[in-house]
Design a protein around this ligand. Structure first.
Ligand SMILES: [Fe+2]
Ligand SMILES: [Fe+2]
Length: 316
């Protein structure tokens, strides 16, 4: 077998995050109750210059050309969680791919304030439901979601909660953590590689206090008992690699920039990650690469970020 054939991925998936794709230019002041006023003013002053539809369109075109077997969207599709934004994002998701091939977890902007399920996240429920489950009535029925694709088990968590003004914290809650432990226990010995996805960064102390995942310590303690093979997140709008330290090992963690970023508010223009799962004799390896928008060529170009053996699923 040639070296190229030996290195061919058995499964390739993509992760995109934080598209913040909705346009608020037609919003009326009467729609802006409570915290939404602050979010709208932030969009007018700054965010509309950073999150650009042409950047997201270019990224989507590159992603379609690459044609991964599955795409993860790790939250923050909207700005202030207005019903019109959920409809706009729903249309965009359908263009991205069929619900079986696209998995979504919500971000804090998608629960900016309390919004009725049916006119908000309920519109995306087919992208958030587990294999074999019907789209239920609320996130408490959907999460953690479990989808098995190729050699992988994607496990999605909902860390999005409404928070006070100027806060962007996340929380998983005791019930969701208990269900996560049950799922990981059931997957033990299945041979499936476990990919955990949530919006907020999971490593305690790495995110600003006002933007942190409140129960990150509880999540990491759970993962020490029930390891996964990697954790993917969004929220920070920057490329970030980290690890969760567990007894005798560590779990790789990847965060990525916004899929619509022009790069005017940060040094992170639109980018997404590809994860190539490669059979390596009796084990598995993953090659992680990023595809970033290059302003000079007006095109996306790839670079390798990491390559490592996946161990936990087979040894635990
Ligand atoms: Fe975001
Ligand atoms: Fe966020």
């Amino acid at each position: 077998m040639s070296e190229a054939a030996a290195d061919a991925p058995a499964f390739r998936f993509a992760q995109i995050s934080d598209p913040h794709l909705s346009d608020l230019s037609g919003v009326r002041w009467s729609q802006l109750a409570s915290k939404r006023v602050l979010g709208y003013l932030s969009w007018r002053r700054r965010r509309r210059h950073e999150h650009r539809p042409e950047m997201l369109a270019a990224l989507s075109a590159d992603l379609h050309a690459i044609a991964p077997a599955h795409t993860i969207v790790s939250g923050d599709l909207t700005h202030i969680a207005l019903p019109g934004e959920f409809r706009e994002a729903s249309d965009w998701l359908r263009q991205l791919g069929p619900a079986e091939a696209v998995t979504v977890v919500p971000g804090n902007h998608d629960r900016y304030v309390h919004t009725p399920w049916a006119e908000s996240l309920g519109l995306w429920s087919s992208f958030m439901s587990s294999d074999g489950a019907s789209a239920e009535h609320g996130a408490e029925h959907l999460f953690p979601l479990l989808r098995v694709r190729g050699p992988l088990a994607f496990i999605g968590l909902d860390s999005a909660v409404p928070s006070p003004p100027f806060m962007a914290t996340g929380r998983l809650g005791k019930r969701q953590l208990e269900r996560l432990a049950d799922i990981l226990e059931r997957l033990r010995g299945s041979g499936l590689l476990r990919v955990l996805v949530l919006h907020h960064p999971p490593v305690p102390g790495e995110e600003k206090w006002r933007k942190r995942l409140v129960d990150a310590p509880a999540l990491c303690a759970l993962l020490a008992r029930h390891p996964v093979d990697m954790v993917l997140h969004g929220h920070r709008h920057r490329a970030h690699q980290s690890v969760i330290r567990i007894p005798g090992s560590e779990i790789p963690v990847f965060g990525i920039p916004s899929a619509s970023a022009a790069g005017v508010l940060s040094n992170y223009p639109a980018e997404y990650n590809l994860y190539d799962i490669i059979r390596d004799d009796a084990s598995w390896r993953v090659r992680v690469s990023a595809r970033r928008f290059d302003a000079a060529t007006r095109a996306f170009a790839g670079r390798e970020l990491a390559s490592f053996a996946l161990r936990h699923a087979e040894s635990r």
